[in-house]
Design a protein around this ligand. Structure first.
Ligand code: MN
Length: 196
């Protein structure tokens, strides 16, 4: 497997203010995401050395490390793409709206369920909007980066609710962070992911 490469943010560090501060984005991208990428690459390197007979490894431990860090890296890449500078009347387009209504009754009900999933994650994790192989949508929680995943599904909208994602701005008030986060959702990005 090729090494993962961390991309720069698709916008400036302060682009999501006042919803998410420049300080959080700097730490989150440059330290936290970077660590997941580096650690996933370390696991890949150990597996390569093992294949070449150069290193004895604890396979189970390395695959556990790889799952955690690889999923961490992938989720952050998606999270950055799912956001943009806040703008007025920030809504899914008509096509996505119809699909959301088909799956969740209404956009409001969808947002409420997704927010409740985010607020209710036990410990560190994510709220996720998944699409399955038949383009059915569902909402789920991920604990850490990889537990409770729905196999065969692709995440199309994710919200990081690890403390590192909001504590500097919101302290322990995860619910306020989740409420304000909707302002910076990049619906054009989400819409594109549903149909591709
Ligand atoms: Mn994070």
């Amino acid at each position: 497997m090729k090494r993962l490469i961390q991309d720069p943010l698709p916008y400036s560090y302060d682009a999501l203010e006042p919803v998410i501060s420049k300080s959080i984005m700097q730490l989150h991208h440059d330290k936290h995401e970077a660590a997941y990428v580096n650690k996933a690459n370390e696991a890949i390197e150990k597996l390569e050395k093992s294949r070449a007979g150069e290193l004895e490894i604890d396979v189970k431990a390395i695959m556990r490390d790889f799952s955690f860090n690889y999923n961490g890296a992938v989720l952050h890449k998606l999270f950055w793409a799912n956001m943009r500078t806040a703008k007025d009347n920030n809504q899914p387009d008509e096509q996505l709206r119809a699909l959301i209504e088909e799956n969740f009754l209404s956009v409001k009900a969808f947002e409420n369920e997704f927010s409740a999933a985010a607020v209710g994650v036990e410990g560190s994790g994510w709220a996720v909007l998944w699409k399955d192989m038949d383009n059915n949508l569902s909402i789920g929680q991920l604990e850490k980066h990889n537990l409770l995943a729905l196999n065969g599904n692709i995440p199309i909208l994710v919200l990081d609710v690890w403390e590192h994602a909001y504590y500097l701005d919101y302290l322990n008030d995860r619910a306020s962070y989740v409420t304000k986060w909707w302002q910076v959702v990049n619906w054009e990005d989400v819409n594109k992911r549903v149909w591709k």
